[in-house]
Design a protein around this ligand. Structure first.
Ligand code: RIB
Length: 289
């Protein structure tokens, strides 16, 4: 049994740094360009693995250079890739990302092979973690398969869309950002659909936890220099899942994940910026001393 199984997207991120994002119809000059491994699913799998969880990844890439790069990145992390498939005649997913001088990003994803992701018939993991850059059917089946074997299911509803009630009923924990929670009708609507815990991420304001049982907790984010926010939410979700799988309470797991995502914004790129457990522990020790 794995600690964490992540089903989701794997993208090659094409990243331009620029002073400010262009308005519609406008051209601006970029400062530099770089390619990084990314994709919400793969970012979250790497974050879980670097937080110390045995992790498996369910995803799809094309048989192209980008796909080979992403596979080798995941291999280096020790992630189980038996359900990470190569698809002929379809390109690996790409994300076109602009990062401004404040580190804020805007992203357009071209799914490519991510649109072909399907869930395996059976998933054996303590936590199953999904996002929405892959087909909804795959997410629904992954949660069903995970729950059949007792997994905790965690949905990061990004990018934001209206979700069918059948899917929400299969979620134990939902981790939206401020924008996404509004689109889903708010925390109470998620409870009405059967979700037990909502963890809302609020960027530099930290996070809020609400449970259907009426508990509320806020965890502030440490003040850190921001270079690039890309993948910070994914780092949070992966680290949260890893700590929950290791038996932490939701507040302890979230405190760890807030520290991990604070470290992630300090460096460029999605996967290159994800901290390991040692770095996260050092930041937590520093914050508590
Ligand atoms: O959440 C950040 C990620 O969103 C990027 O790595 C990009 O690939 C898109 O999936």
């Amino acid at each position: 049994m794995f600690d964490v199984t992540v089903l989701g997207s794997a993208n090659l991120d094409l990243v331009v740094r620029t002073e400010r994002h262009p308005s519609p119809g406008e051209t601006v000059l970029g400062d530099d360009f770089a390619e990084y491994p990314g994709g919400k699913g793969l970012n979250q799998a790497v974050a879980a693995a670097r937080a110390g969880a045995s992790t498996s990844f369910v995803g799809a890439i094309g048989t192209d250079d980008a796909g080979r790069t992403l596979r080798s990145v995941a291999e280096i992390e020790g992630i189980d890739l038996s359900q990470f498939v190569d698809r002929d005649n379809v390109p690996t997913g790409r994300a076109l990302i602009t990062v401004d001088h404040r580190g804020e990003n805007s992203i357009v994803v071209v799914p490519g092979a991510n649109a072909t992701v399907v869930a395996p018939a059976s998933i054996s993991a303590l936590v199953v973690l999904c996002q929405l850059e892959v087909p909804l059917d795959a997410v629904t089946h992954a949660f069903r398969a995970g729950r059949a074997r007792g997994a905790t299911t965690i949905l990061n509803p990004a990018p934001a869309i209206q979700l069918p009630i059948e899917l929400l009923r299969l979620c134990d924990i939902v981790v939206p950002n401020e924008h996404e929670v509004g689109l889903l009708g708010g925390v109470e609507a998620l409870f009405d659909a059967g979700v037990a815990t909502v963890v809302t991420t609020r960027g530099e304001q930290g996070i809020e936890i609400h449970t259907a049982a009426g508990e509320q907790h806020q965890i502030p984010a440490p003040r850190v220099p921001v270079v690039d926010t890309t993948g910070a939410g994914d780092t949070f979700c992966g680290a949260l899942s890893a700590r929950l799988a290791h038996g932490a309470s939701i507040t302890d797991a979230a405190e760890w994940a807030v520290a991990a995502s604070a470290l992630a914004v300090g460096r460029p790129g999605a996967i290159p910026s994800i901290p390991d457990a040692g770095a996260t522990r050092r930041l937590l020790d520093q914050l508590s001393s």
